[in-house]
Design a protein around this ligand. Structure first.
Ligand code: HEM
Length: 348
């Protein structure tokens, strides 16, 4: 029967070759001392002797080991800090950059450049490759882009205006006067919104005109042309609903005239073709629905406000997203017909 205790078994091999070993920690020191004194490990004497000698010796040895290890760790830390600092010289090497862009951006390789664009949520909104001639200002006039930019300006300034405006008969016009005369930069804010609105109507028409001139409504872009027509109507509606909001004479009469025209809508207007036959009256026709009553009053102001600030911008944003997506799916901006270089013509 084996009478050895498990810890004795473990200790003996260490003691056997311990003399040539360099103690690296307290355990090693213990086994070395045991080997030198010839006391078997585990005996009472050994335990007592060990405690006395190893407290002093082992403490010194482990102190040295600890110091060495701390020194090594310090050096490693310094090295890591130096390497980290080195990466800041090139922001693309930082972990922050890599966590955002994910793919290394090697500009020398076109395929890698495409991958970098496609794998990034913001960059992928742009095509990875474009036809250089199609994006020339001479071809597009930049009108679609300018229209979109104006929409962004309108959204931004519109939200700021909402902080000062109340859509009620008592407050609306007073808020406009307050904005014009008392609010810091209020006049600038209001005029930025007004001018951007006028400009957006103009640029949308010009953009449509360009599309006609370059024949870009033709196959395969027929659907996008239709999306564009909806966008044009929405742009005009945005402008029209904004007209009433200052609740001044200009807006009041503009909306009175405009909604009177709605009386003549076929089938849905009380004075339009087939309207009366379908049961339309001034109290249930499309004009009534637009105004929230039979005259331009408080309900009309509130409805204009909600359509202007929420309903139409929301629908327009969705249609714009479809419009841009279609441009990509239709093969990018149409671009001019391919040109033949003089050198190529001479070859023929
Ligand atoms: C809110 C209004 C609109 C915005 C923000 C808008 C935006 C854009 C943008 C950025 C482009 C890329 C080319 C360029 O900049 O010219 C484009 C192309 C196009 N747009 Fe619009 N657009 C709007 C209204 C319209 C309207 C009213 C139409 C026509 C009824 C239209 C039809 C088209 C077509 C067919 C293309 C493709 C043209 C091509 O490939 O050459 N868009 N639009």
């Amino acid at each position: 029967m084996d009478s050895e205790r498990p810890d004795e078994k473990e200790d003996r091999p260490k003691a056997g070759n311990g003399a040539s070993q360099k103690p690296s920690d307290a355990d090693d020191v213990k086994s070395l001392l045991r080997a030198a004194s010839g006391v078997p490990a585990g005996s009472k004497k050994a335990v007592a002797g060990e405690t006395a000698t190893t407290t002093a010796e082992g403490g010194r040895a482990s102190g040295v080991g600890l110091l060495e290890r701390t020194k090594e760790q310090g050096l490693a830390l310094k090295e890591r800090a130096r390497a980290e600092a080195e990466t800041y010289k090139d922001p693309q090497q930082t972990q922050l950059w890599k966590s955002i862009f994910r793919v290394s951006h090697d500009r020398s390789d076109p395929r890698n450049r495409s991958l970098a664009i496609l794998s990034n949520v913001f960059l992928h909104l742009h095509p990875a490759k474009i036809n250089r001639d199609a994006v020339r200002y001479g071809f597009t006039w930049g009108m679609g882009g300018i229209t979109f930019y104006l929409f962004i300006v309108l959204t931004f300034t519109g939200v700021l205006l909402m902080f000062y405006y109340h859509p009620t008969k008592v407050q609306a016009f007073r808020d406009i006067l307050y904005l014009e005369h008392d609010v810091p930069f209020g006049k600038l804010l209001r005029n930025m919104h007004r001018w951007a609105a006028h400009l957006m109507v103009i640029t949308t028409w010009l953009h449509m005109f360009r599309v006609v001139l370059t024949g870009s409504y033709k196959r395969p872009r027929e659907f996008n042309w239709c999306v564009g027509v909806v966008l044009l109507v929405l742009t005009l509606l945005l402008s029209f609903t904004g007209y009433l909001l200052p609740d001044d004479q200009l807006g009041f009469w503009a909306v009175t005239v405009g909604t009177n025209m709605a009386r003549a809508t076929p089938m849905f207007g009380s004075e339009g073709p087939f309207g009366p036959q379908l049961g339309m009256t001034p109290y249930n026709d499309v004009r009534f629905g637009l105004l929230g009553g039979s005259i331009v009053d408080a309900n009309a102001l509130l409805r204009s406000y909600i359509w202007h600030c929420i309903g139409i911008p929301l629908v327009a944003s969705i249609f714009m997203a479809v419009h841009f997506w279609r441009i990509r799916k239709d093969g990018g901006i149409s671009g001019p017909a391919p040109v033949m270089l003089e050198a190529e013509m001479k070859k023929k």
